[in-house]
Design a protein around this ligand. Sequence first.
Ligand code: PMP
Ligand code: GLU
Length: 392
Amino acid sequence: MQNIQMTRGFMGGLSPSTTLKMTQKAKDMKAQGIDVCSMSAGEPDFDTPKYIKDAAIEALNSGKTGYTDSSGLLELRKACAEKFIKDNNIQTTPAQVIVGPGAKFSVFSAIAALCGPGDEVIIPAPFWLSYPEMVTAAGAKSVFVDTKAENNYELLPADLERAVTANTRLLILNTPSNPTGAIYRKATLEAIAALAVKHNFMVLSDEIYEELVYEKDFPHISIGSLNKEIAELTITVNGFSKAYAMTGWRLGYLTAPLWLSKKISALQSHLTSNPTTFAQYGALKALACGKEEVYKMRDSFATRRDLIYNLISEIPKVKSIRPQGAFYLFCDISACGLKSGEFCDRLLEEEKLVAIPGDAFGADNCLRLSYACSEENIRTAVSRLKNFCSKF
Ligand code: PMP
Ligand code: GLU
C-alpha cells in the first residue's frame, strides 16, 4: 500500500515561514496575558490611510465585487507602470505589469514562471527567508553567496561571478533589505548589472521597502533603471504592504520584459485569478494621491531606527550595522556564544522578548529585530536584550 502522507512534488516539503510563526506565537502569548515584548513582525504598526480605505469601501458599495482582468485592473496596471517610470526610471507599459495577491506571490510567480529543475538561483545571504523556499517550490536550486556586515551586506561582484555557472538563471536582489536594512549603492548595482548582461542571467529586484529609506547618501536605486541591457533582464517587484501600511490587503505588483510577463500572467490566471477587486480600488487611490502619509510613516520609522540603533550600540556583546532602510535591525550575537535558535528560545523563555533567529535568514550568528513598533516597545525590548546578554 502506498504511504498516503508521502509527497513527491517540490511543494509538499516546504517549511513554514519562521517570521509568520514567531509573530503568531507573540500574539498568542499576549492573548494569554503574558507580558511579552515582540520585535518579530515585519509589519507597519500603522493603520492604512483613511482615503485608501474609503476608496475600497466606495468600490464595494458601488458593486465592484466581480472579477477583474486576472493580471489586475487595467487602470491600476497603468498607474503602476506610471509609478515605475516616474519614481524608478524603469521604462515599462501596462502590458508588462501584473498586480498580484501580495508581493510574496509576485516574487513567487516570477520565480516559478522563469525557473525549474536544472536552474540555479543565486541568493545573497542574509536573505529574506521565503526566497529559498520559493526556489525549492519551483524545482530549482538555490545557490547562496555570503555577504558581510563590513561591506554593508552588499554582494561583492567578484563573489557573484565565482558563483555563476552555465545553469545560473536568476539572481535575487532585495534593496532595502529584509533582514539587514542595508541599501545597495549605485556603483555596486552597476557592477552586478554588467555581470548579468555578460553571463546572460535574469535579476529579480525586490523593492518592497523602497519608500522606507532614511539616509541622503543611500537613495533607493532600481537596477532595472541603469541601462537598456539590464532592463531587458530585470523583474522589479513592489507592493503596498510596507509603504502604505496595507499588509492585510494582499496586493503586490511587478514589471518584467513582455515575454516573461506573459508567462507570469498565464500562471497567475490559473493559480489565483485577479487580486481582490475592491482592494485594487484602494491601491488605485494610494497611487493617485500624494505621498504625504507615506512620508509621515517613514519619518517615524527613521526616528525609531535612530533610537534602536543608539540603544543597541550600548550593549557590548551585540553588533549591528546602522541600517539605512526598511524597519529591521540585524544584530550579530556571536559574542554570547549561542546559535541564533537557542539564543531566541532562551530570550523568549527568560525575558519574554520575541526576536527572529538569524538562521531563518541564512545567518546563524545573528537575530532580527523589527522596529515597526512603538518607541516604548523598543526601549523595553532593548532593556530585556541587555539583561539577557549580561548573563554571558
Ligand atoms: N519581500 C520582502 C523582502 C518582504 O519582507 C516581504 C514581507 N512581507 C514581502 C516581499 C512580501 O510582502 P507582501 O506579500 O505583504 O506584499
Ligand atoms: N515579510 C515580513 C517579515 O519578514 C512579514 C512576514 C513574512 O511575510 O514573512 O517579517
